[in-house]
Design a protein around this ligand. Sequence first.
Ligand SMILES: [Mn+2]
Length: 484
Amino acid sequence: MTEYFPEIEGNYLNHYDPDKIVAGKKLRDLTRFSLALWHFFGEGTDPFGAGTMVRPWSSASPEDRLRQQIEAAFEFAGKLKLEHYAFHDMDVIPPTDKVSVIEKYLDGTVPLLKEKAAEKGVKLLWGTANLFRDPLYVHGAAMSPYPEVFARAAAQVKKMLDVTLELEGENFVIWPGREGYETLLNTDMRLSLDLFGSFLGMVADYAKEIGFKGQLLIEPKPMEPMRFMYVSDVMSLYAILKRYGLEGKFKANIEANHATLANRPFQHELRLARVLGLLGSIDINQGDFFVGWDVDRFPTDLYDATMAAYEVLKNGGIAPGGFNFDAKVRRGSFEPIDLAYAYAAGMDTVAKGFMVAEKIIKDGELDKFMEDRYAGYSQELGRKILSGKVSLKELEKYALEHEGFKPKSGRQEYLEELLNEYLSGYKRFFKRFRFSGKSSIEAMGAERPNRQRLSRVLPVLRYEHCPSVYLAVLQPPQRLVGLL
Ligand SMILES: [Mn+2]
């Protein structure tokens, strides 16, 4: 059998061990890493230049190219311990603009996907229909002003749902990339939204009809390719699901780079999806704050990966979703072996993120801080407010009787440094000298502390990570003088 990537041998992964237990789960089950066929087959073109990628299939004949690409993809997935994949209908068939031909080609390719994936133990994370490439979708798919285009989009989704079911895919994604507008001068906004609502309803109905038990996902993005796109972030997705009675039928597939484009931190989108019960799956990649478009870099930002892992752990995992690498190597990283370095970098980054997040949750300091901050809502007044059994009038009475309440510090910089300590793995000197939140001001008071006063200060210092000898030895001298 042909080996497509002989140069990729051995283990490229320094941190990702699928069997490693993190927070009680195997890393493979927490991450469910997936290879995105569209990027894997990418040629490295950009609007200014031709493709740069050197690939094993580069010199294949047009008839043989797709087979080689598919075989190479699963060989690669096996070598890199990627246990899932994801694809659009148009990724695995030769170019065509006819539904009948799309269906015929897919029927030809599905057995090959099935065979090659099974050979390497790779499963389908999700399937999707490409409703943006064909010029037919120039004014939208479901939102196109032409019912004929709506029907064509419906046909593609129906077929890909069939295919995803056949391949035992665990999710199905809708990326509404053309569901937006360029100008309101020619756009019926009300009708556009209603059309999209109907479309999603039909997708949910058909999935149920054929017995697709997987998760249906919608992927928000605020712009690109359209100037404005309706499902721009998790909140707008939530609004659309609510408006069209689709709650519980769809969840979000959250892409890191799409959050960047929406001017939201990746963690914001994950957190919001989690608290709204919409966290379905993740397209893991990395954006760039210096450019206004989607760059799909491999994720190497440990801070973002940690906070993403934190949200996933708080969510109790991400299954049946996963971490799909919607990422591509840079144009300058054109050798086949760069693919191995890129996926390994991404997988190791996410794996490290999970290990750090596990520590954050296990130590509990961040959670404890949050709990203390909102403690008022587990006491009488807070409970009453939450129960909805209190009126403005009663609250006015309370406020009048309890003048002079003072909020506490939010300790942002302290918490940011705390996070850095988890990330860097350094000893936490900062914490050792910290006074507990409630008493530092009272304890130090306005007067100059003296020895006698120190005995009253010490009980509020936190000793749990701090043998007292360190306190004396490692305290900067000027601060010791101040204390004593
Ligand atoms: Mn992207």
